[in-house]
Design a protein around this ligand. Sequence first.
Ligand SMILES: C[S@@+](CC[C@H](N)C(=O)[O-])C[C@H]1O[C@@H](n2cnc3c(N)ncnc32)[C@H](O)[C@@H]1O
Length: 302
Amino acid sequence: MKPQTAPLIVRTALREAFAQLRAAGVPSHTLAAELLLMHALGRDRTWLYAHPEEVISDSEVHLFTNLLARRAAGEPTQHLTGKQEFWSLEFEVTPDVLIPRPETEHVIEVALDRLGVREIRAGRKQTFSGEGLQIADIGTGSGCIAVALAKELPGATIYATDISSAALAVARRNAARHSVSDQIHFLESNLPDEASHLSLFFDLIVSNPPYIGRREAATLMREVRDHEPEIALYGGEEGYELYAELIAQAAAKLKPGGILVLELGHNSLPAVQPLLDATAWTNVGATNDLAGIPRVIAAERL
Ligand SMILES: C[S@@+](CC[C@H](N)C(=O)[O-])C[C@H]1O[C@@H](n2cnc3c(N)ncnc32)[C@H](O)[C@@H]1O
């Protein structure tokens, strides 16, 4: 933002912010500027565009200027506003968790579809609350998958694991924010190890594991590479290294007919699909994301 000589109004603030973020090479700079101004003013987008002549106070200008400078330097917008929407729910986001991505919503869609089909096959009604279902979410991060499933399946019990205690603290707060704390048990665990000490078997295991290859690190956007937790990004040198152990543990912990739903990295399918072999798995299927990339693989335990 330029130093101000006259009082700053909303329209000018937005116009200057668009220019500043565009010049800094910020992706989706218009949206970023709007979100930061909404955050600085405590207003929604409708208000911004309905009040273009509204004067912004000095303290708001100071806050907005600071947010813009941090965004221009590469900090993700969600770290500055502290939130991200997922499955039409607002999640707290900190630098300790992966920012929930829109493509992860396919994990929820596939899981709900597969559970629905299972109900129909069993001759039960199509719409159900998940009564009695035991679900595990491995690598829960912000808790976005666990919380979305808890909201969709109020009768289900969910075990959400993560290797990061800092991530689990955020996930617990998100469960409380959405009033599903009673449904979700949080466990600090390497993969489902800890859950495997529980003497229970699951109807559904979901996971969006770290799947980026360390050798791809240089190709990542700075917002991701420099600001999101490494433990949430990298699955190993190639990226797909965690899937073998995850699938083996899932095979041991799913009930017969239980469902596994995994998010995939952009090039993981050829490495992951063969791990779901016919000795233990059936009905293996991949789902593309909106960009046409195989993004989710699902299978049923024999
Ligand atoms: C890609 S993030 C996914 C977070 C969240 N589920 C989502 O979809 O936005 C992967 C998560 O797995 C966790 N993680 C990494 N390695 C793990 C392991 N060996 N066992 C359990 N969790 C792990 C990370 O801390 C991170 O929160």
